[in-house]
Design a protein around this ligand. Structure first.
Ligand SMILES: [Zn+2]
Length: 415
């Protein structure tokens, strides 16, 4: 088999295209392939799709294609230009690459596959592309995916916030509970952040939303009440955020008590922070004896922790009336515990109780958004090369947006 025939087969070339020359540079690790069309090819004007005669050829261009046996492989041709009666001289764009791109669609797809498995720096090492060129492929993939994405508001939403770079800077994330995707990422976590998402939809579309899980965060509550009809029955203050809230109160109790004990030379609470932050089931096996021993010391921190642990049972009830009865007892315990941070946390939950109880109607939590959060955390860790927030958002859409990122090779196209 001649090299030109081999490459015509490898590239799946079909009439009118054929390979005219192949140059192999083994030392340079590079293969160049030239293709030409048959002289009698019939062309269509790219504007009006009417048949138009060949006019001439543009300057030679090259596109990077998939490597051949570790050799970077480039395809060259001079794109034909046609003369349309109506539109004048027009260039026939390649069907194997996006306009202006230096890569074939096959190569772009390969880079996207690579980027799904490693970070941008890793992809540059594996493909030999520069950082900017690789990033441009990420951006194009996200643009492509978003253009194809069906315009819809999910029936069950999760609203969450994620700190970016230094703390005190946040991004608001809108997630689809049922698809497990990030639908929208926007700067900050104020009312207008979330409203920017809701504003994309009509009132009728917004009325289709059935439930919205979120933290007890006033700006999100206000935005949802302003845009989602009957929001008061649809907002669910989510279990994980509420428990985290009480856990923070436990931590405040621990800090104050540790300080006070230290003045008496007692270091019982030293090095125990993570034990109190964990749920009972998550305490590591090797620290369990130590944790059991401290809990027997009858410390304020131990009482605070027990109150927090008890609250977790609330979401296990099947009937809202039973859950409500349980909460009343818990509330009494918390508010009479003489532990100020715990009493304050309990009062905050009580103020928001109607939308804590909506859980029993919708059974929705931010668990999924939290799962996505860990994926986003991974994106962040991979993202040392991200230079700004926009890159960070693009990467979230790329990895967590559930988008169709790949260029589409339609039937009848080359390669
Ligand atoms: Zn035309």
């Amino acid at each position: 088999m001649k090299d030109t025939e081999l490459y015509a087969a490898l590239l799946h070339l079909r009439h009118p295209w054929k390979v005219t020359e192949v140059k192999v540079d083994i030392t340079g690790g590079r293969i160049d392939v030239w293709i030409e069309h048959a002289p009698d090819t019939k062309w269509l004007c790219p504007e009006c799709r009417r048949s138009a005669p060949l006019y001439d050829h543009g300057a030679e261009r090259e596109w990077r294609h998939l490597d051949t046996c570790d050799c970077k492989t480039f395809v060259h041709t001079r794109p034909p230009r046609v003369q349309c009666k109506e539109h004048g001289v027009r260039q026939i764009g390649p069907t194997w690459a996006d306009p202006g791109s230096h890569y074939t669609l096959k190569f772009e797809s390969h880079v996207i596959d690579t980027l799904k498995e490693c970070d941008v720096m890793g992809a540059t090492r594996l493909t030999g592309l520069l950082w900017d060129a690789t990033w441009r492929i990420v951006e194009k993939a996200v643009e492509r995916g978003q253009a194809r994405k069906e315009r819809r508001i999910p029936a069950r939403l999760n609203i969450d916030e994620k700190s970016f770079a230094r703390r005190q800077r946040y991004e608001t994330l809108v997630c689809d509970q049922d698809r497990g995707t990030v639908e929208y990422v926007v700067d900050d976590r104020d009312q207008s952040s979330l409203e920017k998402y809701y504003q994309q939809f009509t009132l009728e579309e917004r009325a289709e939303v059935k439930a919205v899980a979120m933290d007890m965060w006033d700006p999100y509550i206000a935005a949802t009440k302003a845009f989602i009809p009957e929001a008061e029955n649809k907002i669910v203050f989510d279990k994980f955020h509420i428990v985290r809230y009480v856990t923070d109160a436990v931590d405040k109790v621990r800090r104050a008590e540790a300080k006070q004990l230290a003045t008496q030379g007692d270091s019982s609470l030293k090095g125990t922070r993570h034990l109190w932050l964990a749920n009972k089931d998550n305490v590591p096996e090797w620290r369990k004896p130590e944790f059991d021993a401290i809990r027997k010391l009858n410390l304020k921190t131990g009482r605070a922790w027990a109150i927090k642990e008890a609250l977790r049972k609330f979401w296990g009830y099947s009937y809202p009336a039973r859950a409500w009865a349980f909460f009343k007892c818990w509330y009494y315990w918390a508010t009479h515990s003489k532990l100020k941070p715990i009493a304050e946390a309990a009062k905050t939950i009580m103020r928001h109780l109607p939308n804590v109880l909506t859980y029993f109607k919708h059974r929705i939590t931010n668990a999924l958004a939290e799962g996505l959060n860990s994926k986003i955390q991974m994106v962040k860790e991979m993202a040392c090369g991200f230079r700004n927030r926009e890159h960070y958002r693009t990467a979230i859409y790329f990895h967590c947006g559930g988008l169709d990122l790949y260029p589409r090779l339609e039937l009848g196209e080359l390669w």
